[in-house]
Design a protein around this ligand. Structure first.
Ligand code: SAM
Ligand code: 2KA
Ligand code: SF4
Ligand code: MG
Length: 279
């Protein structure tokens, strides 16, 4: 698909159906059970790749294998991983057992344990508890990235839980109660961090407000990117200039606000490779 066409598709998600944010989220959340793979222990996988470096947030720079699950209860207007969200890509997703996923992780890492990032889609809607336990028994560590809409008791077993609630520019509404439940579910175990995508002033204000409600959690801010996901010719339309402009603005904004506890980082992998898959 041509780059511009894809970009229009992604941006169009803002006003696609005229429903309110709350209505859209409620309907999407209602679909969660249907998105869990039919066999109860099967993990719906979009892609497994690496090792590469973690490009975002608290673990930036760490060699990591990514397990990207398929299916999400959100539809962020600017999602950079639509191939793991939109049902148009469903044919590329595959139901895999815990053993199959672990075997792939082992093969990619040359049997040397490292950090595994569980991302998606929303990995919280997949049965990942056994993978985390069995992988950890072999020395692998697990981080999970989620928007905080669905919590699981097995969050407590993670090494790192990255909660990335979605700001106004995403056109999604935050369920603050669910977000709190995620934090509570993980309270006894992993390191928990907040990561916010920021495109504009309203997103910045949202991040400020959300962080204030979880004042003991470290905060990572990253400039949003409008680079569409997918095709191989992605480098041709990477929005590097826009990303760096927003990055500079975000640094200024944090300093002006004396928000000295915040960390500001770009998506390093996007700067290096664009939104290319598998890196
Ligand atoms: C693709 S999401 C998958 C995990 C989960 N659904 C979530 O949103 O946290 C992984 C990370 O990428 C971030 N992300 C997605 N699209 C982005 C974009 N266009 N610019 C910057 N970050 C983006 C999300 O906010 C999240 O922190
Ligand atoms: N290198 C690299 N770092 C990442 N950090 C978060 C990613 C994601 O899409 O979840 C991601 C990704 O896809 N690649
Ligand atoms: S919650 Fe994450 S995976 Fe789902 S649409 Fe938003 S950014 Fe994409
Ligand atoms: Mg990504």
């Amino acid at each position: 698909m041509a780059c511009q066409t894809f970009l229009r598709l992604v941006q169009g998600a803002h006003t696609r159906d005229g429903r309110s944010q709350g209505q859209r989220n409620a309907q999407d959340l209602g679909g969660v059970p249907a998105m869990i793979a039919s066999a109860p222990d099967e993990i719906r996988v979009s892609e497994i790749f690496g090792p590469t470096i973690q490009g975002e947030g608290a673990l930036i720079g760490q060699p990591t294998v990514f397990v990207r699950t398929g299916g999400c209860d959100y539809r962020c207007s600017w999602c950079d991983s639509l191939h793991a969200v939109d049902s148009r890509f469903r044919a590329d997703w595959r139901g895999m057992s815990t053993a199959e996923v672990l075997a792939k992780v082992r093969a990619l890492s040359g049997d040397t344990p490292l950090m595994v990032s569980l991302s998606g889609g929303n990995p919280a809607i997949q049965p990942l508890g056994p993978l985390i336990q069995q992988g950890q028994a072999e020395g692998y560590r697990f981080a999970l990235e989620t928007q905080g809409s669905v919590s699981r008791s097995w969050f407590a077993d993670l090494d790192v839980l990255v909660l990335s609630p979605k700001p106004p520019s995403s056109a999604m509404a935050t369920d603050w109660k669910s977000l709190r439940t995620c934090v509570d579910a993980a309270a006894s175990g992993p390191r928990i961090v907040l990561k916010f995508v920021v495109f504009d002033e309203a997103d910045f204000a949202y991040a400020r407000h959300a962080a204030a409600q979880f004042s003991d959690l470290p905060v990572y801010l990253q400039p949003g990117n409008h680079t569409p996901p997918g095709p191989q010719d992605i480098d041709a339309c990477i929005d590097t200039e826009g990303i760096l402009r927003r990055m500079a603005w975000l640094v200024d904004r944090v300093i002006a606000d004396q928000w000295y506890a915040a960390h500001v980082l770009p998506q390093l992998h996007v700067l290096i490779w664009g939104n290319k898959r598998g890196v």
